[in-house]
Every structure is written in C-alpha cells, then in structure tokens.
Ligand binder design. Sequence first.
Ligand SMILES: *Cc1c(COP(=O)(O)O)cnc(C)c1O
Length: 390
Amino acid sequence: MRRVYLDNAATTMCSSEVINEMLPVFNAVYGNPNSLHSFGREAEAIVDRARDKVAKAIGSKTNEIYFTSGGSEANNWAIKGVAMANKSKGKHIITTKIEHDSVLESCKALEKEGFEVTYLNVDETGLVSLADLMHHIRKDTILISVMMVNNEVGTIQNIKAMAKTAHESGIIFHTDAVQAIGAVKINVEDMEIDLLSMSAHKIYGPKGCGALYIRNGIKCADLLDGGNQERKRRAGTSNVSAIAGFGKAIETATRDIIVNQQKIKKIREYFLKQVTEKIAYTKVNGHPYQKVQGIINIGFEMIDSESLLMMLDMEGIAVSIGSACTSGVAEKSHVLKAMNVPDEYLKGSIRLSFGKAISKEDVDYTIEKLVEIVAKLRSISPITKTGRAK
Ligand SMILES: *Cc1c(COP(=O)(O)O)cnc(C)c1O
C-alpha cells in the first residue's frame, strides 16, 4: 500500500544532509563541549558553528541564541522568564487564543502566580487585529506574545507592526516562530523582535532540539539551574549532535524558502482545485493569501473529522485534526473555534501539511481516497446538510 505523510506540521523526517551532519558527532566528536581538553574543544566548535548558523538564519547576533530541548521549552522560557524578571513593572501579559499549547499553558501557569493574561481574539481568517492589540495594552503590560505562523491553519501574523506597537509602550515582544522558519523570511532586527522560539524537528532536523533568541539587554529569568552551559543561562550538557543537525537544518531551510514555497504552492493549488471540484460542501479554513503554503486546513460538512482521519489512515494517508482527545470526548480545535468556523465545518475539519518532498502521485492518491471516503461517510452520516440530525 502507498503511504503518504501529510503531517509535516507535526514533525518532519530528518533530511539526509542533516543526518550526515550529525553522524560524526556520535562517534568521532563525542567530547563534552564544556571540557577543557581537545575533545571538549572540538565539540564546542561544533556547537559554536551551529549557533552561528541559527543566528544568521534570523539575523541576530550569535551570542543571542540559546539552545533548548525544542520549541516548547523555548516558549516556556520566554514567557515565564520575562514574566519573572519584569514583575516589578507589572503583571499583565497579552497573547492570543490561537497559540500553541506551550504558550497557552505557560500563561495559565502564570495566572496561578497572580499574573493577568489577555487572550486576544482573531478574525475568521486567523488574524489578530492591531487595533484590538492596542486597545488591550495597559500601563502594567510587560509582555506581548503572538505566534508568527499558526500551526493549524498557516495564517501569518503582522509581527513587525505588533512588535513596533509593543515597543512604543515599552513592552517586550516575543514570537513563537516554530512554523515560520523555512517558510517566511525572518530578521529579528528589522521586525523588532525581542525573543523568538525555534524548533529543529519541524524543519527536517532532529527532535528534542530548538533554540530561544533573547535580544541582548532584554530581562529574562532562567528556567534551568545547574552547570554553566549556554553562557550560564541553561544548565545541562549540550545535545551536540542534535545541535549540529539543527544548524544544518535551519541553514538549508532558510536558503530554500522561495524554492520550497513555490513548489508547494503549485501542489496546494492543484489539490484544492481538485478537492473542491470533486467534493461539495467544503470550506478552506485560514487566510486567503497571508499564509504559509504547506498547511491546508479544510472542513467537510456532514463529516466527523476523527472518522475521516481514521479511514484515511487505513489507506496509508497521515493527516491530523487539531484536537486532543480527553477521556473519550474529542475536544474541537481551539484555533478553529477562535476563528468562529461554523459548527458544521468545525466538526469535519482536518489538517494536511505538505512537506518539501511532496509528489503529484501522492497528491493524486490522496484526492482519490478523500473523494471515496467522504462520499462513504456522508452516505452513512446521521448529520444532514443543515447540520441537524437526520
Ligand atoms: C511544534 C510546535 C511547537 C513545539 O515545538 P517542540 O519542539 O515540539 O516542543 C511550538 N509552537 C508551534 C507553533 C509548533 O508548531
């Protein structure tokens, strides 16, 4: 059976150039980068080289990059660190309703510590309004955190305008750029970003590795105490091989943004044209043009998204739904809910995320199976076109 992986927003395969970068570190350069001997210095040189590559990819200084265990740790560090280091100035934070759980849950943890958090709404395309952001800024606001690209619908926010607005009121600005790397050109100087989260495994690098950019001079407390790694700011022996892989991955991803986006755009448009021609009552969720090409979120009326996911899986096609299943009750996507996606589409929305190696054959196979499965599910669906039970 053909197997088609359309879940690249969840994770990507390690590319061969990344693996080739990592392999020597396991056997030839196994020293501890903190050691003072030549074995240590060789490992340290690898970490330094990767740090240069990450800095170059986002336009920061090398000494503003701190390696972490991934995007979730970077988000936790940025939000809790800024909150703790600036609480004497105020205890109000602004974020959005469509952030990744690592941002939302960090904010919730801070609420328990006496911080106040405003969760901004988005419009039906997934965009935060600048006017709305301005309206919620208070004298005691210390941090604004807005993701650059949403992982469920692909909408790209107007980060530069929001960062500028934050700075006009002396507020620190953080962005979760995990889904933006490799899809959007980023320059932290030009975009006035103070802190930015990254992850390796969304850009063909290894899992369990990422970084936080912290602009020099920004007050941000540290999370991990212990050794003096990462300039005494993040204890724990560096994951040298993963860091080497991350350096390669971000260098490649940044170099290939235009080529990859153009390639995926063609396939995306072909896919959506076919699907909307062959299947009635569908709705594409997200922004019509301010979006990354790889993420497609599409709703099918009279369909239950979990059944659709499972039947596609039986045909070897991997997609996702933006929902977490707790105690047997499927929780619908907080992102689609915030976007006010109508109920009949909310129930039947799935995410397909295309990778850079996607082929026309894979897409044709997916279209064929999707048409079959949707027809089958609709024929047995207890829901009618109007959303009422039959
Ligand atoms: C995957 C993801 C994260 C988490 O990154 P990990 O490295 O898996 O911890 C954070 N934010 C967004 C938008 C993501 O897509």
